[in-house]
Design a protein around this ligand. Structure first.
Ligand code: HAM
Length: 424
């Protein structure tokens, strides 16, 4: 097909078959997050590029390789949001949310953009369900974030999951760990892949996340952050794990878990479907320094985001969406009947009688064929004669019997008939 008639690489149309799942996830999330006192927020799709540079970290892969950036004449560069945490922190500062009662709890559901190499489960436009809690240092909130994702998944019947957790320390203890890690990898530099040789100079923690088999073997003998944590971080992490245990969250300590975004401090986590360790369903953690980097105000934060397409992939295998069932078809013939049909449609809508209808189709035969295809039980038929008499034909599609009656009467009868069917 002509390439201009195709969506850009890694981006897809969302058709009705998919919307059903987006709506299902949004509905469940809304219900649970409302209970947990979260407020909904939607930030712009575009933000200033410098915001992401400052917030995510210039050396992160998201910034170096994955941002879609637009430049209009004479204007600052704007980037399609690659993630939601930095924009939410921007909104917190800009909207003076520090004045509200703390912590401020926000959630979002929408599209994000990363220029990644497209493959199964990795897209250039993807949706996230995200939540952020700003303004508290308490580790119970890190557990609350995980509890919420866990419950959303559980209620969507995805129960077989595994949660990897780790603590990345803070600006006091992490430098010691990074130093020790650099020393360890320096001795093995020649055996690392090209990317990791670069990471050794720029962002040594990222080596821990390398998918190359040889690098992974080297990583398995690397020093572990948990041995380098300062007292404060150690205490924080222990408390956080106690909360997870108290609510029976199935977690696993992964001392080499690091994240692709540089703003994390202390807790980090990733959620996987059990047995499927390749792609995370959700990820997140604490970011106590992020707002300070953006604005010099010190506001701690914690949160996480779930990949909606990855979740839908699993839901599709588990849930069969039943085909929509409507019992009625409204057929009409001729201009006057079409005009009357528009009027009748509104009556039916207000009476909550769902129907298919044939506006835009010329022949009555083709409309009745469609009614048969949809397997409706009844048909309302409106021709010129009926319009003049303010009447309508009600046809029982199973028996083929039909009778003409006043429109009001037909609606009343239909309501009774449909109620009867729904009861059986
Ligand atoms: P992230 O791990 O980069 O974290 O993304 C969160 C989730 O979004 C991933 O676990 C994955 O399911 C999904 N995801 C990411 N990239 C793609 C992609 N290219 N295609 C499909 N799905 C994808 C964040 O974005 C952080 N802002 C999360 C967070 C919130 N941390 C604290 N608060």
């Amino acid at each position: 097909m002509d390439s201009k008639i195709q969506t850009p690489t890694g981006m897809e149309d969302i058709l009705e078959e998919e919307w059903v799942f987006y709506e299902m996830i949004e509905k469940k999330a809304k219900e649970i997050l409302k209970f947990y006192n979260f407020e909904r927020i939607e930030t712009p799709i575009l933000e200033k590029k410098e915001l992401f540079l400052a917030g995510i970290g210039e050396r992160s892969e998201v910034i170096q390789k994955e941002m879609f950036t637009l430049k209009t004449e004479g204007e600052t560069e704007l980037s399609l949001r690659p993630e939601g945490t930095v924009p939410i922190c921007r909104a917190y500062i800009q909207r003076g949310m520090k004045e509200k009662s703390q912590p401020v709890k926000l959630w979002y559901f929408g599209p994000f953009f990363r220029h990644e190499r497209p493959q199964a489960g990795r897209y250039r436009q993807f949706w996230q369900l995200g939540l952020e809690i700003l303004g508290s240092k308490d580790p119970v909130l890190d557990a609350e974030v995980i509890q919420i994702f866990y419950q959303i998944l559980k209620e969507l019947k995805i129960e077989d999951i595994l949660i990897h957790v780790n603590c990345l320390g803070d600006k006091n203890c992490r430098p010691y760990y990074k130093k020790s890690l650099t020393q360890y990898f320096k001795n093995k530099e020649k055996s690392l892949c090209k990317d990791c040789q670069r990471r050794l100079k720029e962002n040594v923690l990222r080596i821990l996340d390398c998918k190359d088999e040889k690098c992974q073997r080297i990583v398995s003998g690397a020093p572990q952050i948990l041995d380098y944590l300062c007292e404060e971080c150690k205490k924080f992490f222990e408390e956080f794990l106690e909360y997870l245990e108290s609510i029976s969250i199935p977690y696993q300590l992964n001392p080499y878990l690091v994240r692709g975004l540089d703003y994390y401090t202390k807790t980090v986590f990733e959620i996987f479907e059990s047995g499927e360790k390749k792609l995370a369903l959700a990820g997140g953690g604490r970011y106590d320094d992020l707002i300070e980097i953006l604005s010099k105000q010190s506001v701690p934060g914690t949160g996480g985001a779930m990949g909606v397409e990855r979740l839908i992939e699993i839901l599709k295998k588990k849930i069969k969406i039943p085909k929509e069932k409507k019992f009625l078809y409204l057929a009409c013939l001729g201009k006057n009947a079409k005009a009357k049909a528009l009027e009748i449609l509104e009556i039916l809508r207000k009476e909550k009688i769902e129907c298919y209808f044939g506006l835009g189709k010329e022949s009555l035969k083709s409309q009745l064929k469609l009614a048969e295809k949809f397997k409706v039980k009844f048909c309302l038929i409106l021709g010129q004669k009926e319009v003049l008499e303010n009447s309508i034909i009600l046809k029982d599609m199973e028996t083929g019997l039909q009778s003409t009656m006043k429109i009001k009467e037909a609606i009343k009868k239909l309501k009774q008939l449909i109620k009867k069917i729904q009861k059986t």
